[in-house]
Design a protein around this ligand. Structure first.
Ligand SMILES: O=C(O)CCC(=O)C(=O)O
Ligand SMILES: [Fe+2]
Length: 389
């Protein structure tokens, strides 16, 4: 063999070894004390977060933080409901995001979910690896980056995705370690679903699709006599629920990469639980703004399906996560929607002459086909559903 050929074979062997390390995820790299960001994670300059120096991270966080609208769930359930509904509508139209406080989920349920998630990622790699799968329909899926079979540049994130519906079918596949994982995650998932449904009642009302009779405090059809109220709440009760536990270990060069690239979420609403470490950024007026975590709150965002259902009135907004040189960060995103096979379309009541139908029908299978055929760096999927004119 000529010296160049030996070199090529050697280099290829090294490349393969490195690639297999990257497939194991960033927790694995971080646990092994990596000091320099491998090329695999370095984004082109135009896609990097604008944090040239680590010091600027602190500066950017301090000065660019966005105060998202805060929605008080207790207000939504009380005599000030109509005012709270207005704030909810404004938040979904202007930001596509809000922070939810006084939501009724006990702080212990949230704390335990975060804590058991941390313990899951502390397990030896061999234990976590058991749940690795590239099947998008798998009840449990452990992995790294955004789409690890497709991404050219990897993201600095590992994840555990848990399908939650129907729970009794999914549960036997969920991690059996840590021993209390299932118990804590079920409680959290059930309470999250209940809260989501309550929020969707409010969202429907804020869109003018239903009204509340304040005397009886009972939700009704909108009373226009057509008997054609949207049945979306019934669909959502039996709908899909995906819990994504994200782990962003400390990253040696956070200004060169991202924890999760810009994307929009596919469901109706995402309820995001996060620890006290900042990381989430949302796109607002062409800028990336960091969201300051409020203890015991949820960050809630409008997903693609709600944008479609509302015929474009509520916005599914691009967001991303930046990473940190010293702190590990955990977040748990709960994405809720209709059953996977159900087709989604704009609510007929929100299609008018002045605001004609803006999106074609879609379903989960179409979404999966789309994401597995491209690198979903932008909100292309939603754009692909838009009708012209
Ligand atoms: O970790 C975060 O703050 C964002 C997570 C997220 O956007 C997602 O899981 O879809
Ligand atoms: Fe997201």
């Amino acid at each position: 063999m000529s010296p160049t050929m030996v070199m090529t074979v050697e280099t290829r062997k090294e490349d393969d070894e490195l690639e297999s390390q990257y497939q194991k995820g960033v927790k694995h790299l971080s646990d092994n004390g990596i000091e320099k960001l491998p090329n695999k994670y370095i984004l082109p300059v135009s896609e990097r977060p604008n944090l040239l120096l680590i010091k600027e991270l602190a500066y950017a966080c301090k000065h660019n933080n966005l105060k998202l609208p805060v929605i008080d769930f207790a207000e939504l359930q009380g005599p000030n409901r109509s005012q709270a509904l207005n704030s909810l509508a404004n938040a979904c139209e202007d930001y596509g995001f809000f922070q939810l406080v006084n939501h009724g989920i006990h702080s212990e349920v949230m704390r335990r979910m975060m804590e058991v998630s941390e313990r899951f990622f502390e397990l030896p790699f061999e234990e976590r690896e058991k749940y690795m799968s590239s099947n998008m329909y798998a009840p449990v899926r452990y992995g790294t980056s955004f789409n690890q079979t497709k991404d050219g540049v990897f993201s600095w994130r590992d994840f555990l995705k848990l399908m939650c519906h129907p729970l009794s079918d999914m549960l036997p596949h969920w991690p059996s370690s840590p021993l209390d994982f299932r118990k804590l995650a079920i409680t959290y998932a059930n309470e999250n679903k209940y809260l989501f449904l309550k929020l969707m009642e409010a969202i429907e009302e804020s869109l003018g699709l239903t009204t509340t009779k304040t005397t009886k405090n009972k939700k009704t059809d909108d009373g226009d006599g057509d008997g054609n109220g949207d049945n979306i709440l019934e669909e959502l009760k039996d709908g899909s629920q995906l819990m994504v536990v994200n782990c962003y270990p400390p990253c040696p060069e956070p200004h060169l990469t991202l924890g999760i690239p810009p994307h929009s979420d596919y469901g109706f609403l995402t309820l995001l639980l996060q620890d006290e470490v900042q990381g989430l950024q949302i796109q607002f007026q062409q800028e990336w703004l960091t969201i300051e975590p409020i203890p015991n709150s949820f960050v809630v965002n409008v997903g693609d399906h709600l944008e479609i259902f509302s015929n474009g009135r509520y916005k599914s907004v691009l967001h991303r996560a930046i990473v940190n040189p010293t702190k590990s960060r955990i977040s748990v995103a709960s994405l809720h929607s209709v059953p996977l096979k159900t087709a989604l379309r704009p609510s007929p009541k929100l299609i008018t002459k002045a605001n004609p139908r803006r999106y074609m029908d879609t379903d989960f299978a179409t979404f999966l086909k789309y994401v597995s055929s491209c690198e979903p760096k932008t909100k292309n999927f939603l754009d692909s559903r838009k009708l012209n004119g």
